[in-house]
Design a protein around this ligand. Structure first.
Ligand SMILES: N[C@@H](CCC(=O)N[C@@H](CS)C(=O)NCC(=O)O)C(=O)O
Length: 203
């Protein structure tokens, strides 16, 4: 069984999405977190995340925190879902590149744009421009980052674009991509389960 430490309307919602894509049984442990935007909420002692953040999962006694680690761990652990090339398979390098790029490049660029930091920092502007160029060039080929197949990298990137759409310029290609990804039945189930999920049986 997989236990997900989750707080509604946070980065852990996309892990419910992932678990729904995988169709495996899981248990959602709702925890409180500190919400810096509003100042509400408090770290929850039952949360196994080392920083009392979400998401974190425990699978067969193994604790995994950080969204990208969880996506990689789960898409590797359940390869039948076809959400990421396995180690040694064609496309693995591309998959690892996208997943790592998301954490190391896209999230910082997105938060820099949201925080209005770009104008004062040529370096941040350059990084942001590179992020946008990478998204645009992938979507020009599309329909997904790695081509025809939706992967864990799309789950991360599209959920971030959906959350912070205003951090990026108007673009029909980005809008269509976000709609294509978040319109998937698994994400639509995740939205409904966000506040209420407990134990979910295998699909
Ligand atoms: N890099 C982490 C970020 C996790 C994170 O900051 N999660 C937020 C919710 S979206 C949280 O738990 N905040 C509580 C806090 O900062 O104490 C990841 O992607 O997993």
């Amino acid at each position: 069984m997989i236990t997900l430490y989750h707080a509604p309307k946070s980065r852990s919602t996309r892990i419910i999405w992932l678990l729904e894509e995988l169709g495996v049984p899981y248990d959602v442990r709702q925890v409180s977190i500190f919400r810096p935007m509003t100042g509400d909420g408090a770290p929850d002692p039952v949360n196994r995340h080392p920083d009392k953040r979400v998401p974190a999962i425990v699978h067969d006694g193994e604790l995994v925190a950080e969204s990208v680690a969880i996506v990689l761990y789960l898409t590797d652990a359940f390869p039948a879902a076809g959400l990421g090339p396995a180690a040694g398979a064609a496309g693995r390098g591309d998959y690892l590149t996208w997943i790592s790029w998301y954490a190391a490049e896209m999230e910082p660029a997105m938060f820099a744009a949201m925080g209005g930091d770009l104008a004062a920092s040529p370096m941040k502007q350059r990084n942001y421009d590179a992020v946008l160029a990478r998204i645009e060039s992938a979507l020009a080929k599309g329909p997904y980052l790695m081509g025809e197949r939706f992967t864990g990298a799309d789950l991360l990137v599209s959920s971030a674009l959906n959350f912070a759409r205003s951090a990026f310029p108007e673009s029909a290609a980005i809008d269509a991509y976000v709609a294509r990804c978040v319109g998937r039945p698994a994400m639509q189930r995740a939205i409904l389960l966000d506040e209420t999920a407990g134990v979910r049986e295998a699909a």
